[in-house]
Each structure stands twice: as C-alpha cells, then as structure tokens.
Design a protein around this ligand. Structure first.
Ligand code: FAD
Length: 319
C-alpha cells in the first residue's frame, strides 16, 4: 500500500463523498443524463454512463442493479453520443457466472434495440478470465458490446490472441486501476505505458476498435501518432477520460483534430456502492495530500453545519 492509499483509507466515508464530488455526476439518472447532454452540447464530448456498484453478492441487490440499468437504456435517447458501462460483479459474477451472463445479456439486448453500446468494465485479475469468456460469448451475437483490457497485466497480449481472435472487438485499453501482485503485473508505470502502446498497435493490426483510456498526455499523443502512422480510420478509435480529471485542453485539441473523445460519467443512487470507486479516484489524484490538508477544516465545518449537503442537493458537482 502506497502513502496515497493509506491517506485515502483514513478519510471517513462522509468526507470521501465531499472530496470525490468532481468524479461523480450525482445521485440520480436524471442528473447523469443532464451532465451527458451538457458535455455533448457545450463541448462535443461523448459519454459512457455508469451506475456505481461492484462486488455485489445478494441476489436482490443484483436484481435492483439490473432494473436500474434497464431504466438507463430506456432513458437514453441517442446512442450516437451516449454509451453505457457496467461491472460484471455488479451483475452477479462473484456469485454465479450464468446469472451474470443472463443479466448482462438482457441489458445488451435491450440496448441493441436502441442502438446503444455497452462496455463490460474490467475488475481485479481474479475476474479477467471470466469477463473475457463472457465477452467472447456475447460478442458473437451482439455487435454493441465491448470490454476493457489492462496494460499492467503481463497476460494481456496473450488474452488478445486467446479471446479476441476473429471477433472485430470493441476494446477500451487502459493501464488498469487495481493494484496487482508483481508476479502477474508490471509495478513500474513506465513499463505499463510502454506496454499500452504495444497493445494499441497489436489491437489495431488485428482490426479491433480501440478506445485509448488514459489521462497521460504524452501517452495520448504517442497513441494518436501511432493511429495516424498506421492509417487507422477515425471510426476505429476514440479517446476516453474520466469525469473530474482536468484535461480540458487536450480534450479540445483531440476534438479539433476530428478524434472522438468520451468521458466516463458515473452516478450512484446509493453511496454504499460508490465509496470504492470514489476512493480509487482519490488515490490517483496527485494533489490529494495537499488538497486534503488545505480543505479538510472547511469541509468538516461545512459538513457539520449541513452547508455542503444543501449545496450538493441543489447542484450537481461541476466537472
Ligand atoms: C474512461 C476510463 C475507463 C476506465 N476503465 C477502467 C476499467 O474498466 N478497469 C480498470 O482497471 N481501470 C479502468 N480505468 C482506469 C485506468 O486504468 C487508470 O488506472 C487511471 O485512468 C489512471 O491512469 P492513467 O492512465 O490516467 O495514467 P496515470 O499515469 O496514472 O495518470 C496520468 C496523469 O493523470 C493524472 N490523474 C490520473 N487520475 C487522476 C485523478 N483521479 N485525479 C486527478 N488526476 C489524475 C495523474 O496524476 C497523472 O498526472 C479507466 C480509465 C478511464 C480513463
């Protein structure tokens, strides 16, 4: 555990909610949809909507997640700029892979009828095989489903051979947010990023669609140059970033070059499922130590007096 993990693990849940505000659209589907429309209309940015939730083990809770995802599908009226992301363990992967497949298929089918893409997020390495197997099965019947590969894992190049052959897959390529043991993953960020570039080339060579998901501007530029060198048409790639990570300038630069840019826009109907996501984001924030030290007294005061809660209730957090 690094010092940032330790620092973030010490922040109590109510304060995590306050510090993580910029990374989460709000507490309702309606707020998330408004955010998506605003990003599209004001800045030409596409969105992937995500209902926060993971590692769910109660069948009743899983049913509720499926129902909310079907509500999202129903509410999205334009799949050309809004897609949807979900986590397999939110759909039951941790308790019953068949239930998980059937739940995801229900959502993918409903989304296909409306021209909406669905991405299966990638979680800890315990779930890599099951997620890729599930992806391969679904992709053979549904062309609106994509998944994620992580460049920190040694296995990813082999996974492309094993699971994506002949699929014309839709892949979000990222470093991977979960810390993994040194026996199976790079521990040096530079190596993860070099591998990212190697994997992007391989995926494009094999005809797949690649969403380049990183906030590292040098890596974004290296991958953009690679796509142009390889003459990859613009309908076979896009750039993806997370809501709340300040990358306005490069997003506009990419848009001006004609490349699509999509933001991951999560929302949570209950905070119980949102803390894990929020803590991971805070760990990645380079200013977190300074930020916590500078804002803690004010945040605690606002929280005790109820001021922040009132402000949060009225206003969805700004990106
Ligand atoms: C759209 C999208 C979807 C993703 N989906 C998955 C997934 O399904 N599974 C998975 O394991 N991982 C996923 N990730 C996470 C990803 O793998 C990285 O761990 C994470 O984005 C940080 O790494 P980076 O590539 O931005 O590089 P880094 O080197 O970590 O970051 C590059 C720069 O951005 C800054 N930065 C990064 N994050 C933040 C932040 N939260 N706040 C402020 N600054 C920040 C860094 O400090 C650094 O300056 C996703 C990322 C994106 C963008």
């Amino acid at each position: 555990m690094g010092w940032r993990d330790k620092l973030v693990s010490l922040i109590p849940n109510p304060l995590v909610r306050l510090f993580a505000g910029p990374y989460i659209a709000g507490n309702s589907l309606q707020i998330a949809l408004e955010k998506a429309r605003e990003l599209w209309e004001r800045r030409g940015l596409r969105t992937t909507l995500d209902l926060l939730g993971e590692g769910i083990k109660e069948r009743g809770d899983i049913d509720a997640e499926v129902a909310e995802y079907l509500r999202i599908v129903d509410a999205v009226d334009d799949g050309s700029y809004i897609s949807i992301s979900l986590k397999p363990t939110q759909m039951g992967l941790a308790i019953d892979p068949e239930l998980c497949q059937s739940n995801i298929e229900t959502i993918v089918q409903a989304a296909k009828a409306k021209g909406i893409d669905i991405t299966l997020d990638m979680e800890e390495s315990d779930y890599t095989d099951a997620t890729l197997k599930l992806y391969r099965t679904l992709r053979q019947s549904y062309d609106n489903v994509g998944t994620v590969l992580q460049s920190r894992l040694f296995r990813t190049s082999d996974d492309i051979d094993k699971y994506l052959k002949g699929l014309n897959a839709h892949i979000r390529l990222c470093i991977g947010i979960y810390r993994e043991p040194a026996e199976i993953a790079y521990t040096d960020k530079r190596k993860m990023k070099d591998n990212f570039h190697v994997l992007a080339r391989k995926l494009w060579e094999e005809g797949h669609f690649v969403a380049i998901a990183t906030h590292d501007e040098a890596l974004i530029r290296r991958c953009h140059d690679l796509a142009r060198e390889m003459n990859i048409p613009q309908d076979r790639y896009e750039f993806q970033m997370l809501l709340g990570v300040p990358r306005h300038v490069i997003q506009q630069e990419l848009r001006a070059s004609g490349a699509p840019v999509r933001l991951y826009v999560p929302y949570g109907t209950t905070w119980n499922h949102a803390y894990a996501y929020a803590r991971r984001r805070l760990v990645e924030n380079p200013n977190i130590g300074f930020y916590v030290a500078r804002n803690l007294p004010r945040k605690i005061w606002n929280w005790l007096t109820g001021k922040s809660r009132r402000v949060q209730a009225q206003l969805p957090p700004k990106e």
